[in-house]
Write a protein that binds this ligand. Structure first.
Ligand SMILES: Nc1nc2c(ncn2[C@@H]2O[C@H](COP(=O)(O)OP(=O)(O)OP(=O)(O)O)[C@@H](O)[C@H]2O)c(=O)[nH]1
Ligand SMILES: [Mg+2]
Length: 610
C-alpha cells in the first residue's frame, strides 16, 4: 500500500454556528490563495444567496490550501440537523476530521451526530475548541464534555487519542496550549500534517466515487469526488457504474483540482486527491467512475431517511399564474425530480392527483430551503402542512423522534414544559449554570415539533434558542390535537382597506397591510378564539352626510405580523395551504368559499357520528 504524502483530506464537522466556515476563512486567508487586493469578506465558502442571507451553510463544499508543499483538501459541512445528508454525503472523501466545539455551548446534539458518523468512517479526529475569545467561555468543562462524548462514540482505542487545539476562528488564531498567545492558524496546519494520515493509494486502474455534482453552462455536469485508485486525464475512456449496476461508457473531457475557491484545470489527476471531472452527462452522486478495464463499484453513499413530508401542488388560488414564470404541473414536476440529483436526502413521489407531488425531507428547514430556492427561480406553487413520516416495522407503527435542546432563562421553564408536554415531549435533562441560564433537553416526536418553532419564539420573547437532532424511531405515541387558534379568513376578493383590517384586528392579529390584494378564503390573520371566522377586510366605512367630531380621525392599525416562509409553513393547519410565488407568500384555506367549508365541516361531523 502506498501513501500520497503531498496531500491531506479533512472534513470540518460541528453543530450549527460553532464556527466551521469561519475557520475555513482563516485557513484560506492565511494560505494567501487570494490576490492581495481581492475583497473576499467573511464566510467565504457560504456563496449561495440563501446561505449568505441566513448566515448558515446549506451545502457541503470543497476547497484546498497548500501548506509547506502539502495540499490540504478541506470539506466544509453544514451544522444544521436538517442538512445532515450533506455531511453523510461527503465524509467518505476525508481521512481526518476537525471537530469544532463552541467554548460556551459545548457539545450539542448535532456534535454527537456528526462525530458518530466520523468515528464510523474511521476518520482521525482533531478537536478544536473554538470561540475561546468569548468572555464567558468555559473551556475546561467543554473539553471534559467532549472527552465524554468520545468515550461514548469511539469505535477503536486510537480514536480516543486525539489532539486538542484552541481557536478563535474569527481572529484567525489557534494555539496548542491554553494560555499561549495565538498568532495565526499555523498550529492547526501543523497538527493536520502531523496527525491526519496521508491518503492511501490502492493499486489498480482508475476508480473514483462521485460525492457531489456541479453544473457549468459550458462544461456541463461536473462530477466531484475522491480518486481511490489510479489516475485519469482528458480523453481517457471511463465507465460509470450506476445504482442498479448498469455501466455507461464515456470519455473524460477535462480534469480539475481545487485551490482556494478555484477549479484548476490540470493535465492529469491521481489517486488520493479530491478532484472534479467533466464529460459524464448522466452520472449521479454515489456512482463510481472507473477505468473500463476494471469497472468495480465502490460502496454507495448511505443517506439517512427523510422524517417529514408535505405536498407541492400546482397553484390553485384565484391569483394563480399572475406572478410566476413556471406554473404548470409539467414544470413543477420536472423541477422537483431534477432536485433529486443533488439533494440526496430528498424524496419525491407522484400522488393520486396529477397536480400534486409528495416531497419528503430531513426537516422543515430542509423543505423550506427548497421552496425558497424554487420561488426565487420563478416557480409558483402551493404547499401543505409538513407531517412526520411514520412507517411500519415488524407490524408496528413507528414514528421519528428527535432530541430537542433548549437554552433559555429560568422564567420560561414553566411555560415551555407545559407547551411541550402537550406535544408528547419528555424532559430528559435539565442543567442550570448557577445563574438564570438553563439548558433543557427533551425527547419529542417529530410531529410534536411541527408548528412549535413559532410558538416557541413568541412564548420566550425571542430569548431562547432551540436545536433538534434526529434520535430514532419509536412506537407511535398517538395523535396530537392542534391547539392553534382559528384563522381570520377573507370573505371577499378585493383590496384590503384600513377600515376592514381594523375590524379584523378587533378579533385577533392580522398578517397583511392595507392595499394588499386578497381573495375569498385567504387567511389574513389569527383569531384570538379557536374557531375560524370570515371577515370582509375590503369593506370601506359607510359614507354618511353627518359629520361627527371623531369621524375624521385616522384609524391607527397595529402593524401586521409578517410571517416568513418558514413561519408560514409552521403556522398552517391541515385544512390550509401556503401559496408560494416569486412575489408573495399567502396563506389560504384549502376550501376557499365559506359554503364549501361549512359543508365539509358538517359532512365530517356526520362521519364521526356514524
Ligand atoms: N466570538 C467568536 N465568534 C465566532 C468565532 N468563530 C465563529 N464565530 C461566529 O459564529 C457565527 C457562526 O459562524 P460560522 O462560521 O458561520 O459557523 P458554522 O459552523 O459554519 O455554521 P453552519 O455552517 O451554519 O453550521 C458567526 O457569527 C461567526 O462570526 C470565534 O472564534 N469567536
Ligand atoms: Mg458554515
Amino acid at each position: 500500500m502506498n501513501y500520497r504524502s503531498d496531500i491531506r483530506n479533512i472534513v470540518i464537522i460541528a453543530h450549527v454556528d460553532h464556527g466551521k466556515t469561519t475557520l475555513v476563512d482563516a485557513m484560506l486567508k492565511q494560505s494567501k490563495v487570494f490576490r492581495n487586493n481581492q475583497m473576499v469578506g467573511e464566510l467565504i465558502m457560504d456563496q449561495n444567496a440563501l446561505e449568505r442571507e441566513k448566515g448558515i451553510t446549506i451545502m457541503a463544499k470543497n476547497t484546498a490550501v497548500v501548506y509547506q508543499g502539502v495540499k490540504i483538501n478541506i470539506i466544509d459541512t453544514p451544522g444544521h440537523a436538517d442538512f445532515s445528508g450533506e455531511v453523510e454525503r461527503v465524509v467518505s472523501m476525508a481521512d481526518g476530521c476537525l471537530l469544532l466545539v463552541d467554548s460556551i455551548e459545548g457539545p450539542m446534539p448535532q456534535t454527537k451526530f456528526v462525530l458518530r458518523l466520523a468515528m464510523e468512517m474511521g476518520l482521525k479526529p482533531i478537536v478544536v475548541i473554538n470561540k475561546v475569545d468569548r468572555r464567558n467561555s468555559r473551556i475546561a468543562e467543554v473539553l471534559k464534555l467532549t472527552e465524554d462524548l468520545f468515550l461514548e462514540l469511539a469505535i477503536s482505542a486510537d480514536q480516543l487519542d486525539f489532539p486538542v487545539l484552541y481557536a478563535s476562528a474569527r481572529e484567525g488564531t489557534t494555539v496548542a496550549e491554553l494560555g499561549m498567545k495565538g498568532q495565526d492558524v499555523t498550529p492547526l496546519f501543523e497538527c493536520i500534517l502531523g496527525k491526519v494520515p496521508p491518503p492511501k493509494i490502492e493499486s489498480g486502474p482508475f476508480q473514483m466515487l462521485v460525492s457531489n455534482l456541479d453544473y457549468d453552462s459550458h462544461k456541463g455536469k461536473i462530477a466531484i469526488g475522491r480518486i481511490w485508485r489510479g489516475k485519469v486525464a482528458p480523453h481517457d475512456p471511463v465507465v460509470s457504474v450506476g445504482a442498479d449496476g448498469s455501466v455507461t461508457y464515456y470519455e473524460i473531457s477535462e480534469v480539475f483540482t481545487y485551490l482556494g475557491l478555484k477549479h484548476l484545470k490540470v493535465e492529469e489527476v491521481e489517486a488520493g486527491d479530491i478532484v472534479a471531472v467533466t464529460g459524464l452527462d448522466k452520472v449521479n452522486i454515489g456512482d463510481t467512475i472507473a477505468s473500463p478495464e476494471q469497472p468495480e463499484a465502490l460502496p454507495r453513499i448511505e443517506i439517512g431517511e427523510p422524517t417529514v413530508e408535505m405536498t407541492f401542488g400546482v397553484n390553485t388560488s384565484p391569483f394563480a399564474g399572475r406572478e410566476g414564470s413556471f406554473c404548470t404541473t409539467r414544470q413543477l414536476r420536472a423541477r422537483l425530480y431534477r432536485e433529486l440529483e443533488t439533494n440526496l436526502s430528498l424524496r419525491v413521489q407522484d400522488t393520486d392527483s396529477p397536480d400534486t407531488f409528495l416531497v419528503k425531507g430531513r426537516g422543515e428547514l430542509h423543505l423550506a430551503i427548497l421552496i425558497e430556492t424554487m420561488r426565487r427561480e420563478g416557480y409558483e406553487f402551493e404547499v401543505s402542512k409538513p407531517e412526520a413520516i411514520t412507517k411500519v416495522v415488524d407490524g408496528n407503527l413507528v414514528e421519528p423522534v428527535e432530541v430537542l435542546t433548549i437554552d433559555t432563562k429560568d422564567e420560561h421553564i414553566g411555560v415551555l414544559t407545559e407547551m411541550l408536554s402537550k406535544r408528547q415531549a419528555q424532559l430528559t435533562d435539565m442543567r442550570n449554570d448557577g445563574h438564570d441560564d438553563v439548558r433543557l433537553v427533551f425527547h419529542v416526536p417529530t410531529k410534536g415539533l411541527i408548528g412549535f418553532r413559532t410558538v416557541f419564539s413568541t412564548a420566550t420573547h425571542g430569548e431562547s434558542i432551540m436545536n433538534t437532532t434526529f434520535l430514532g424511531y419509536e412506537p407511535y405515541h398517538g395523535d396530537i390535537i392542534s391547539t392553534r387558534n382559528g384563522a381570520l379568513v377573507a370573505s371577499e376578493q378585493g383590496i384590503a382597506v384600513t377600515y376592514g383590517l381594523n375590524n379584523a384586528q378587533g378579533r385577533g392579529c392580522t398578517f397583511i397591510e392595507p392595499g394588499t390584494l386578497v381573495y375569498e378564503g385567504m387567511v389574513i390573520g389569527l383569531n384570538s378564539q379557536p374557531k375560524d371566522i370570515a371577515i370582509n377586510v375590503c369593506k370601506e366605512k359607510k359614507k354618511t352626510n353627518v359629520r361627527s367630531s371623531t369621524s375624521d380621525i385616522a384609524i391607527k392599525l397595529a402593524p401586521p405580523v409578517q410571517l416568513s416562509l418558514e413561519q408560514a409553513i409552521d403556522f398552517i393547519n391541515d385544512d390550509e395551504l401556503v401559496e408560494v410565488t416569486p412575489g408573495n407568500i399567502r396563506l389560504r384555506k384549502r376550501l376557499l368559499t365559506q359554503a364549501q367549508r361549512s359543508k365539509d365541516r358538517s359532512s365530517s361531523r356526520r362521519s364521526v357520528k356514524q
